[in-house]
Structure formats: C-alpha cells, structure tokens
Design a protein around this ligand. Structure first.
Ligand code: BG6
Length: 296
C-alpha cells in the first residue's frame, strides 16, 4: 500500500482503496497503468516493451523536447520523433506526500539517453509530479533551463492513451470551433463539427484551446474520461485505425485501435522558449465528470 519502488517501477496505491493504483515505469517516467476502483483507464498494447528497449506503446509517454519530427530547428531536427524523454531512464526522486500518494521523477542531461544527449546538448532539469487522487490522476511537469547562457527551446506533450470500449461509439467533445492542423491532410482549418467522431485514421493538433475547455471522451452518450489542462494550449487527437496499426510492431492486438483513443495535451504548435534560469510548469488531470457540453 502507499508507495512501492522496485528497480524498474514505482507503484502508488490509494491508502483507502487498494483497487485504485497507478504504475510508473522509470524508463520514460511512463505511467503505464491507472486503475480506478478496479477498472483500467489507460490503453496499453499487449506488445508494449516495458524493458527499456523502446518507448512504451500505451499509458502516458512523455514527449520532450520535440513533438513529432521538427524539420526546421538546427538542434531539434536531429532528434528522433517525440524526442528523448520517453526513451531515457528517469531518476525516482521520492515521495512528496503520502496521501494522496504523490511522487516525483527527474531527468537532466546527466541521466538522459547518452546518444540523444550528444545530438541535443542542452542543459535542463525536468521534474514530473504524479498524484494519485481517490478519483483522479494528475501529472504535472516543471521544466527548468539550468543553463546560464543559452535559451532552451522545446515542446511538451502528455501522450495519453485512453482506454475505450469501441471507437465507433466514441466522441471527443469541447474542441469545436478550434483551429487545428490535420496531420493526415497536412492542412489547417477550423473544426466546425460539434464533436469529433472517428471513422478512419485521425491525427489532428487542435491549437490554442483555452484551459477552461474541458475535453471529454463520450461513450454512447456517457462521459467516460474527462481531461483538464493547465498551461497546455494544444490537444492532439489520434487514432491509428487499421493500416497504421498494422505497421507498428509493438501495437497489439492488431485491432486494438478499436479500444483506444489518444487525447494528448501539450504545447506543440510552437516552441516554448525559456531564458536561462527560467522555469515552465504545466499539468493534466484525468477524472470522471458529468457531461459538460461547452458549445461555443
Ligand atoms: C501522435 C502523433 O502524437 O503520436 C502521430 O500525432 C504519431 O502522428 C503518434 O503517429 C505515435 O507516434 P509514435 O512515435 O509513438 O509511433
């Protein structure tokens, strides 16, 4: 109960309810399971690598310092898709609070993947705080530019894989009338549809979404996931559908796309530019709520 650490994982359990727990892999500081009252909330591929040989396919991988591939920035363009945080072993910094169980993990260039650090030689310190409430899971990030001379330019994103019953019965709400970049069409437009429904591969970056827009994932009229963001203006919505899933070796079962949708709060439409010594903080909270239709 409480907080248990092994050589590779940290497990937090609600002190009042042993059926509510979160499992975090030190590799990538990846939350790979969140059970709320005995029910798993996150999707995890049955072929996901949890041995540190590859970023985890599922849960909440962390994207830093680049979202996707950056073709323009001199330094970020050298990094692989989604950067180096999800493929580095983070340091367990310990418990912050016993109730709600709260822990921190940290990453800096001294721990990060050495190959990737060579090609992106910047000074930074990341602190991820994971708080397991009785009814919610909060993940918060602080990025500190530890350099005294150089600015730190980066993206941040929580690549949250949510578990759902059936993609064809699922809607994502409260992102309507928002400018988006459609990564399938490579075009920007305003989404005029009242809700998002998925009928083929979908890969969209909704941009500059106010923090007061509460994103919900709705299953046959019932909200099954509610997501609150702080200082994360963008939201990626992604489902790989049939063909893309076939092409990902660590995506199993092959029809697993029916049972997942990624809703990924981040700051990705442009780069955060931190002056030496400055810090930046952001968070996401996953919880349950009644239907909140914020038509705008
Ligand atoms: C999403 C991107 O965030 O991540 C998609 O919008 C991408 O374009 C997906 O395919 C998965 O990326 P990866 O690197 O984990 O296969």
């Amino acid at each position: 109960m409480g907080i248990e650490e092994t050589s590779t994982e940290v497990i937090l359990t609600d002190p009042n309810d042993s059926t509510t727990k979160v499992k975090v892999l030190k590799y990538g500081a990846t939350v790979f399971s969140w059970e709320l009252k005995g029910e798993e909330q996150l999707w995890l591929s049955s072929a996901a690598k949890l041995d540190g040989s590859k970023p985890v396919r599922g849960g909440i991988p962390l994207v830093f310092p680049v979202f996707g591939k950056n073709l323009n920035d001199e330094h970020l363009s050298k990094l692989p898709q989604h950067g180096l945080a999800r493929n580095s072993v983070w340091e367990f910094l310990g418990q912050v609070k016993a109730n709600p169980p709260t822990i921190q993990l940290g990453l800096g260039p001294e721990f990060a993947n050495p190959e990737l650090t060579k090609i992106w030689p910047f000074e930074y310190s990341l602190v991820l705080t994971i708080e397991l409430g009785a009814e919610y899971l909060k993940t918060a990030i602080e990025v500190l530019n530890t350099s005294t001379t150089q600015n730190l330019k980066f993206n941040w994103l929580f690549h949250t894989y949510l578990k759902i019953d059936d993609i064809e019965d699922t809607l994502v709400s409260n992102l309507n009338n928002t400018l988006l970049y459609d990564q399938m069409l490579t075009e920007s437009y305003i989404d005029r549809q009242p809700v998002i429904s998925v009928h083929e591969e979908l890969d969209r970056v909704y941009q500059n979404v106010d923090d007061d827009r509460i994103i919900q994932v709705i299953d046959k009229g019932h909200p099954i996931h509610t997501l609150k963001r702080e200082n994360l203006p963008d939201a990626v919505v992604w489902n790989p559908w049939v063909e893309k899933s076939k092409g990902m070796a660590d995506f199993e079962p092959k029809d697993g796309w029916k049972n997942m949708i990624c809703v990924e709060p981040g700051h990705v439409h442009d780069l955060i530019n931190l002056a030496p010594g400055d810090n930046w903080v952001a968070s996401q909270v996953l919880y349950k709520d009644d239907l909140k239709f914020q038509s705008v």
